[in-house]
Ligand binder design. Structure first.
Ligand code: SAM
Ligand code: SF4
Length: 482
């Protein structure tokens, strides 16, 4: 059987649907209708956003259409306020682990595409995964996202084996406590297997919701060429019980305004059909140059830094309870600029080649053949220090997912603002571990001040319990959590 035939029946079922949930005409009409709205209109939408309610399509279109500088600044300010209200000053840290760059697809923008013969293809063996994870743990990582191409060599059973391997690696103080997955769309029975091995978030980025563009950049005759197979990836995940889902758009492929509206449509579709649970996270990578990939050098709809800021603020205002991830594709300067607009998760100490953590450790170099170029290659410790200097508290927390607070349960906790009683104490506890076990002296002294400041804001039982746990951590206990 050809690799593509694997999903033939599923494709046929999706092809038979009259329509899907991305209504391109409606998006275009609303964007046209709300071009350059008045200040009054924008402020009306901001008033609603202030109540931490998910916005609807008309409201998002107003924010997208806004070009007035005064109310744009008000959007940025409110995005910052909402981020603090829902998430506090926490920034959650993770690092990706590239398991394989073998891929049967041929996405025009990606260095891993099958027609790119300048890549040395590699899939990590189990001992190699162990070595990579060991290095990541020794740097202080607790959360990872495992990244795969789409290839018969990395089928779901292989993926499950890699997840088990990742969780099995333990050092004196550390281990990876949450492994998220970024891979190709899967069938429901395949997703059930991933659920069983305990994955965190399941991420599949639609790349672009615009059908014509989608078909242009993902050649027909490849699995990825099937728009709806990808579009319904999260429906299948939720059906399989994998209830932390991560959506994303690859910005640069099509008009960002259209993509934001489509992301909201996708969110609304999931909420409507799966008990009010929207996406756990949204990612918004911008295309960066990839090895021997001309398309990636000059994308048709490249997003500049100003529009990138708008994208993040509008997402924060529109979907207040969804985590927003800004990756190391962006430079340190851009990341520092956009974090206050509502970002809740970043990666740091990132290496994106297959086997790149050990390569960087042994040869002290970055691999020259990568899926794309990263803009922020600083060490975890350097990024942690900068996040502290910005007044935020780095968090390595994995408590919710391990306590079963995922999907609907997570939303309940988030919406009732219990977040402050769980997440801030857990950030303090996991950050304390990081400072004791992995931080440089300079970062440790900065970090201790951040912990003191955040501890001062806790009240009652949360304060007493956190303080008692901090003492236990200082005495050598690890992995304490609320
Ligand atoms: N192969 C899987 C897939 O395509 O869904 C998952 C892994 S892929 C390596 C992860 C993501 O990297 C893609 O979904 C895409 O958004 C992003 N990506 C690909 N090429 C890129 C580039 N040149 N610059 C930035 N991000 C890129
Ligand atoms: Fe393969 Fe994913 Fe790259 Fe496309 S984006 S070529 S599917 S690794």
């Amino acid at each position: 059987m050809r690799f593509l035939d694997k999903y033939r029946d599923e494709f046929a079922k999706l092809d038979a649907l009259d329509k899907d949930f991305i209504d391109e005409e409606l998006i275009k009409t609303l964007l046209e209708k709300h071009k350059n709205p008045g200040q009054k209109e924008v402020r009306r939408v901001l008033q609603k956003a202030r109540t931490c309610t998910r916005l609807d399509l008309e409201e998002m279109a107003v924010l997208i259409g806004n070009i007035d500088s005064e109310t744009t600044q008000e959007m940025f300010d409110l995005a910052y306020e909402l981020k603090k209200e829902v998430y506090g000053d926490r920034i959650v840290f993770f690092a990706p682990l590239y398991i394989s760059d073998e891929c049967a697809n041929n996405c025009k923008y990606c260095g891993f595409r099958s027609s790119n013969h300048s890549m040395h293809r590699k899939t990590l063996s189990m001992p190699e995964i162990e070595e990579e994870i060991q290095i990541m743990i020794d740097e202080g990582q607790k959360r990872t996202v495992l990244v795969y191409g789409e290839s018969p060599k990395t089928d779901v059973d292989f993926m499950c084996e890699t997840v088990r391997k990742v969780y099995s690696v333990k050092t004196e103080n550390g281990e990876i406590r949450r492994a998220n997955i970024n891979c190709a769309p899967l069938k429901v029975d395949e997703l059930r297997k991933l659920k069983e091995v305990g994955i965190g978030t399941f991420q599949v980025f639609q790349e672009t919701y615009h059908r014509e563009t989608y078909e242009n950049v993902h050649p027909q005759g490849t699995i990825k060429g099937h728009y709806r197979w990808r579009l319904y990836a999260m429906d299948r995940a939720l059906e399989a019980g994998v209830d932390d889902c991560g959506l994303g758009v690859l910005f640069g492929l099509y008009d960002w305004r259209f993509e934001l509206m489509a992301l909201l449509m996708h969110t609304m579709h999931l909420e409507k059909n799966y008990g009010g649970v929207g996406p756990h996270t949204i990612s918004f990578p911008r295309i960066t140059p990839a090895t021997d990939t001309p398309f990636s050098l000059n994308p048709d709809y490249a997003v500049d830094d100003d529009d990138f800021k708008r994208i993040i603020a509008i997402l924060r205002l529109s979907v207040p309870y969804t985590g927003l991830i800004c990756t190391a594709r962006e430079s340190p300067e851009v990341r520092a600029d956009v974090i206050p607009l509502g970002v809740s998760q970043i990666d740091a100490g990132t290496r994106i080649g297959v086997g790149a953590y050990s390569e960087a450790k042994h040869a002290n170099t970055l691999p020259d053949k990568e899926q794309f170029t990263i803009g922020d290659s600083r060490s975890l410790d350097d990024v942690v220090a900068q996040i502290c200097e910005m007044g935020n508290i780095p968090s390595f927390c994995t408590a919710c997912y391990r306590a079963g607070r995922t999907g609907e349960h997570f939303m309940k906790v988030a919406k009732s603002k219990f977040v402050h009683n769980y997440c801030i104490p857990n950030a303090i506890l996991t950050f304390k571990e990081y400072l004791l076990d992995y931080a440089s002296e300079q970062t440790r002294s900065l970090g201790e001040k951040i912990i003191e400041g955040h501890l001062d804001h806790l009240i009652g039982e949360a304060f007493d319990k956190t303080q008692a746990m901090l003492v236990r951590i200082e005495k050598g206990e690890r992995d304490l959590r609320f």
